[in-house]
Design a binder for this molecule. Sequence first.
Ligand SMILES: Nc1ncnc2c1ncn2[C@@H]1O[C@H](COP(=O)(O)OP(=O)(O)OP(=O)(O)O)[C@@H](O)[C@H]1O
Ligand SMILES: [Mg+2]
Length: 386
Amino acid sequence: MKNPFYFGKEVVGEAFTDRTFEVRGLLSDIEQGLNIIIYSPRRYGKTSLIKKVLGIARERGIIVLYLDLYPITNFRDFVEIYARALSSSEPPSKLKGFINILGKLIPKLMPKVTLGPKGGAEITFDLGKIFKEKEAVLDDLLEAVHKLATRKRKPAVVVFDEFQEIAKLDEAEKLERQIRTHIQKQQNVAYIFLGSKRHLMQDMFKNKNRPLYNCGRHFPLEKISSDDFCVFINQRFAKTGININPNDIRMILKITECHPYYTQLFCHLLWDNCREQKKIFPNHITAVLSQLLREEEHSYSIIWDDLSAVQRTLVKALAADETLPLFSHAFLIKYGLNSASAVQKARRTLEKKEIIERGNGHYTISDLFLKKWIARLAHPKTDALE
Ligand SMILES: Nc1ncnc2c1ncn2[C@@H]1O[C@H](COP(=O)(O)OP(=O)(O)OP(=O)(O)O)[C@@H](O)[C@H]1O
Ligand SMILES: [Mg+2]
């Protein structure tokens, strides 16, 4: 029998839960051509949510472009991913007619239909000359979806997933400026920017000196609500004939803090461990917690070994209490630190390395189980449930 809990890449269908409010809001923004900036810590479900929304948008006749920018390392990659997204906005059955339209929209990329490795037809581009005409190629691409939407009298949506990767390119500033110039004129196209590196995203969109400053509505994605997760977990276990008590579900969610990825990972392991006996008891739950911490031991030790003494003190303090006023006199005394500036420096480095992040007014350790691992390291007898 297949494990009903899934973790890793985005989830679809039955494995996707809740987010009704977000789905409704995003669809309405898309239909009105509004731009949206969605950010959350890693693995909160941004891609899953947006793919769900895009599926519905497509059914409603909206032109959809989805670009995953995670792998880009240069301008050429950006152009190629954009051009591919544009060419897959039409179903393969309409390729023949579409290639003529594409040829007019992005002539410099010389799109043509070729036979793919699996025998099906696909559109390919000539990217050899783009370096001589970078700006013009990008102008064509960024206008293409708008022209397509106008021609078809349909709204369109362009999603840039992992948009913060743009900031690492040599041409970042120019690229952002050009994107801004085009998107602000296009009433029929909604642009959605997704990112998990909060400090990079906020700098791109909340810094007055950056081209994309305030170019859309900010949409911080939260965790999944405990009530929704309770129903989901109960149903997923029940579907495979396993009974779980509501108190035990609450115990799981207390450990995973309703983090979408960790909740699915935790339940996945629990299901594996209990599939034979078909019953779950609290000791199974604590066993999974220990198992998870044990499995991550190696990677967490590498992170720990790489930290300076002040950085270690800071993460230990945060693992014990995330609401601490980090730079107060009382904090320095309590943790035997003698300089607020050294704490500031450690905080900056930890944030840059994404070991800690700021949210809801205080700092937290980004990886929930790293936090529990550090708490156990600092106080071996501490129950990581606390
Ligand atoms: N709506 C949901 N219902 C159930 N599980 C979810 C949901 N959203 C996310 N998850 C869980 O979180 C995992 C990560 O989801 P996803 O890849 O969409 O997140 P992300 O925020 O895009 O991550 P990343 O920051 O790595 O890009 C999924 O594999 C799944 O286990
Ligand atoms: Mg993602």
